[in-house]
Ligand binder design. Sequence first.
Ligand code: M6R
Length: 606
Amino acid sequence: MCGIVGLVGEIVVSDLIEGLEKLEYRGYDSAGVAFLRDSSLCVEKNKGRVASLKEKLSELLNERITLGIAHTRWATHGEPNDINAHPHTDCQSKLCVVHNGIIENFKELKKRLEEVGHRFGSDTDTEVIPHLIEEYYTTDLVEAVRKAVKLLEGSFAIAVIHVDHPDIIVGTRKGSPLILTVGNGVAGIASDVTPLLKYSKDMVFLEDGDIFCVSKGGFEVFDVVGRKKERKPTHIDWTYETAQKSGYKHYMLKEIFEEPSCVAATLSGRIKSAKVHLPEIEELQDLLASSKTLKVVACGTSSYAALSFKYFLENLSDVCVDVEVSSEFRYKRPNFDENTVLVAVSQSGETADTLESVRLAKSKGAKVLAITNVVGSTLMRESDHTLLLNAGPEISVAATKSYVTQLVLLYLLGLKIVELRDQWNERCTKLIDSLLRLPEVLDATLSRTEHIKEVALKYKDFQHFMYIGRGLGYPTALEGALKLKEISYIHATAYPAGELKHGPIALLGPEFPVFAIAPFDALYAKMKNNMIECKARKAKLVVLTSDDCEDVREIADDVLSVNSFSEQLYPVLMAPVIQLFAYYIADALGHDPDKPKNLAKSVTVE
Ligand code: M6R
């Protein structure tokens, strides 16, 4: 996955760099820019992060330009080096291209182009694009792009500039996101909205097959046969400031501290007269009231939010919630039909396996409900109905506030389903009350950050960690282990505590600590037995519990605690604790938690 940005209008070189900095979460092994200066193309690119590119361009940062494109890369074809970094040019260095995605038939195209005299300099799949456009170019850049695109197979979002056209950016998308905006004196395109927010909040979410031409005064969209298409902007409420670090050392830390306000935004307008109000799913009501099974697909952290939803809803109703990771679901024989509701959970709304699962489900007539954070994302556009997290932009690769808001929104959905199935009872009314109090109780969890940091630092030098939990504590354990491994690179694994004796306990010892999710709930007594077993193996024990648990200090080496609260809501209250624990370890080890190695924010390829 890569990030692309293009700006046209009254800009300076550093505007392009600033745009790239917003997209660096999408890939950061090399970066580059191209802009027009004195009617010639100026291209700078290098291996490494945007910061080194910025340094290379330091003399030019305030230079006024009218047009430029930029790219931050996560290598798929060709190792990350200066040559393979984007932008890529044609033989005459008259046009330049940035690309996000994969051109699957690049080998055949490259061979054909070489046969007619094109010379290639890189190992990338992308380089066929400028050469193909060069091949078709006479005077009309849109026409040349249109003809070139017809030959491309795979997924792509592309932006092109040409020296003969100093006031337009042309491009297209298929399978990779691309957003366009026209603001006051500046128009832009980008892989997500964050680099564009400073120019306008009205965003056009381009659709697959769209070919666009944007100038500072406006834009046009065509289909692949050249017919004009109407594309209306969507107004985005996110502000430019929410996409900044605001004094925090990392986006991850800032995003954890935003959790109380994000949860308030997720809840806003969705609880009325002590019942859940979700007008977005009105058309699904009959199915949700009658289906025996609800299917849920997601990846990574989103799949752990989905698993919590399963425990939550199955405990309150007679519906069976079938949760699967999308990368498995999409290759299975579909055993569902038009009476099935598939809930697809994805923060970004661009995760390739989740999108393919949605397509499979739709091909069988199932109704798809998306739970996403990104307005206009592919998931939102391809689903029948959408519930938005309203968490604001999440920049850090590590999912934090999106996880917490997914839990809250899925719980709201769960309560709605309980109501639709006539299974509402006193517990549900109490849960509504507790949900409304969440922002304030999450604040209380965050007020314990110093203690969480202190405990985390004691464990930073261990090579392994075992997370355990029961019931709703189990998905929390899975998420705790994922967070720790993805940002600190410490090996962490998670098990339902009752499974320990079936194998994993063999690993435990003084070098292999245990992180137990053990609130004082209905399963605490069972958890206590498991924790005693761990201690008997001389494993260090960190216990994440609730304030009403009195005896845990007798067994734990370290105790982390949250306010005593509704049992079902502990996954929400405990989320910041497992996130901060992982964050402080990663930071102490000198790793950048916002950009963990080998990972990207949205996994738009299989
Ligand atoms: O955008 P999505 O929610 O579909 O992303 C799913 C996973 O790729 C994501 O949650 C991943 O596991 C994160 N790195 C976790 O922090």
